[in-house]
Write a protein of this length. Structure first.
Length: 288
């Protein structure tokens, strides 16, 4: 999806304007403080998060679910994304919620009829972890359109999720790595404003790509750090930006990189009902 706008080619990269995408998922604000913190602690935090990510990846999380399939998964994640966008929540909230639901399903059999209720519960629990203020409960419950999905029921289910996840709610998510690699792009003190805008645009589009990929059952098969780099690469391709987020050798997983890129391409190519709810990006046509 696109609207009229300008983008840069390789020859224009240093001088062509890059209008910022106007979307709640464009969060490159207050860059001075953010960059200083990143330069002070970014690498240490990255190595710590990277060391944890495998512990929070629930491989084949539907393997023991007899009543839930890939289509059920897609439907519930679409509902979660719609609710997330309606309340303009932090993208990290969505990432955590999807991770909570994956991990819950990996250890707890569930009927397909109850999946949407559990998705809503995981999203609201993630709101409590990430958001400064919570959505109004009645408005939130209404978006899931489930009879009997009440505040007391959700409170009970939250406690169940907490026990099943052993209260481990701080999972390293694709959002953390998207922000890390985006900040790495602009961490040079002399970075021009146009380059920061391009990084913000790529980050916004990468979040949209990540959201699409979450609806596919194979999403958690790849480490969040790898998915983040691949989503940013795909975003660069959409905007026709130079591939200026070079992959550090320690982060490159060889054949898995190409496999992950193909997975993202398959997610983008589907005729997807989520497109209307994702960020609009400028067209990739060059100005004449």
């Amino acid at each position: 999806r696109s609207h009229a706008g300008e983008c840069c080619s390789s020859s224009q990269y240093e001088c062509s304007p890059a209008p910022p995408v106007q979307d709640p998922w464009n969060t490159f604000g207050n860059m001075a403080d953010t960059l200083q913190t990143f330069m002070d602690y970014g690498e240490t935090c990255y190595m710590f998060k990277k060391s944890l990510e495998e512990d929070f990846i629930p491989h084949n999380f539907l393997a023991n679910q007899s009543d839930i399939n890939a289509k059920c998964w897609k439907d519930v994640v679409i509902t979660m994304i719609i609710a997330h966008r309606a309340f303009k929540l932090d993208f990290e909230t969505l990432c955590l919620a999807v991770n909570y639901l994956e991990r819950f399903l990996a250890c707890t059999p569930l009927k397909a009829a109850n999946l949407k209720v559990m998705g809503g519960t995981c999203l609201y629990l993630a709101c409590k972890v990430m958001e400064k203020s919570l959505p109004k409960i009645n408005q939130f419950l209404a978006l899931f359109c489930e009879d009997g999905f009440t505040a007391p029921l959700m409170s009970y289910l939250e406690r169940l999720v907490l026990r099943r996840l052993c209260f481990r709610l701080g999972a390293p998510t694709i959002e953390y790595f998207l922000e890390h690699f985006s900040l790495r792009r602009v961490s040079n003190k002399e970075c021009p404003a146009a380059k920061i805008n391009r990084a913000a645009n790529a980050l916004t589009a990468a979040r949209g790509i990540a959201a699409l990929s979450m609806t596919k059952y194979g999403f958690p098969a790849y480490p969040p750090s790898l998915l983040a780099q691949c989503c940013l690469t795909a975003a660069d391709q959409i905007f026709q930006y130079d591939p200026w987020n070079r992959v550090h050798p320690r982060d490159c997983l060889g054949p898995l990189w190409q496999e992950c890129m193909e997975f993202l391409e398959s997610a983008e190519e589907e005729q997807h009902p989520m497109e209307q709810h994702l960020p609009i990006v400028p067209s990739t046509e060059h100005p004449e």
